[in-house]
Design a protein around this ligand. Structure first.
Ligand SMILES: C[S@@+](CC[C@H](N)C(=O)[O-])C[C@H]1O[C@@H](n2cnc3c(N)ncnc32)[C@H](O)[C@@H]1O
Length: 267
């Protein structure tokens, strides 16, 4: 099993720019709620395009530092970084920890894709200092209602293509409903002060957000053809994403945070 949206693909920068444009302000708001302060040491796992890693670097200066990891750091590399932000090629499922004693560990839309997500979550907890924050931000891909449609056939087509995309994600070991499972998993991992907030918005055809569906479906078009979608369906789907009469709810992003206990049982 491997990451479905291989980051060497042409669609990658489009995916990262939608995520940055549509979700970074929510993520920043949520990260600020941890009390993020100058001097903090942070780990940004699977940093993608690097926008949040850079922002964390600015927020923790002076005195703080940020390590941004990714299995494919080539996209973050193209963007200038503050001096206190280190970018490393790193696989969170198997490479030695890039550090420990972090004040904050953040990952957005990474564990959803990893079959080993529970083990990785435990690893991330162990990389925190006592009292440090883990912030995991994940989609719940199970709630994407169509909010306006040019015709019912368009809604059915969207739902059919979307369901097939979710099936491919699952085959690759992803968990499309992971967002709704994070809070309970963090509680079971022994974190304290666990809480969550969710952000969603309307994505209209031709707009910026809906470009995420274009990037995702474009990247797996060959697989969709293999699973029975014809050229006509895929062209209609693409035209729908440009049609302002079509509006779909964005993926809800559930931002969950919790703290490593200051004193752990048995210590
Ligand atoms: C959907 S993108 C999200 C990027 C970024 N976190 C954001 O929200 O904009 C998932 C990112 O996780 C990275 N990734 C996937 N598997 C990984 C692994 N095992 N270790 C570290 N990064 C990984 C991918 O390369 C990609 O950059």
């Amino acid at each position: 099993m491997s990451y479905l949206f291989d980051n060497a693909a042409d669609q990658t920068p489009d995916r990262f720019s939608v995520l940055e444009a549509r979700y970074d302000s929510f993520s920043k708001e949520q990260l600020n709620l941890t009390g993020l302060d100058p001097g903090w040491r942070c780990l940004e796992v699977g940093g993608g395009g690097g926008s949040l890693g850079n922002w964390l670097g600015e927020r923790v200066a002076p005195g703080g530092e940020v390590t941004v990891t990714d299995i494919e750091p080539r996209w973050a590399k193209t963007r200038p970084r503050p001096a206190n932000v280190r970018l490393v090629r790193h696989d969170i499922t198997r490479d030695p920890a890039p550090g420990d004693g972090y004040d904050l560990v953040h990952a957005r839309l990474v564990l959803l894709h990893l079959p080993e997500r529970l083990r990785v979550l435990d690893r991330l907890v162990r990389m925190l200092r006592p009292g440090g924050w883990l912030v995991l931000e994940e989609f719940d891909c199970g709630w994407t209602p169509v909010l306006a449609t040019p015709d019912e056939g368009a809604t059915a087509l969207f739902e059919r293509v979307h369901a097939a995309l979710m099936g491919l994600l699952e085959q690759a070991g992803a968990e499309p409903l992971w967002g709704r499972r994070v809070l309970g998993t963090m509680m079971r991992a022994g974190l304290h002060e666990v809480t969550a907030a969710t952000y969603a918005e309307a994505w209209q055809g031709g707009g910026e957000g809906i470009g995420l569906h274009r990037a995702n479906v474009g990247q797996v078009a060959a697989r969709l053809r293999e699973s029975g979608f014809g050229e006509h369906d895929l062209k209609r789907f693409s035209a729908l994403l440009d049609d302002p009469a079509f509006v779909v709810n964005s993926y809800p992003m559930i931002s969950t945070r919790g703290r490593r206990p200051r004193q752990e049982a048995g210590r």
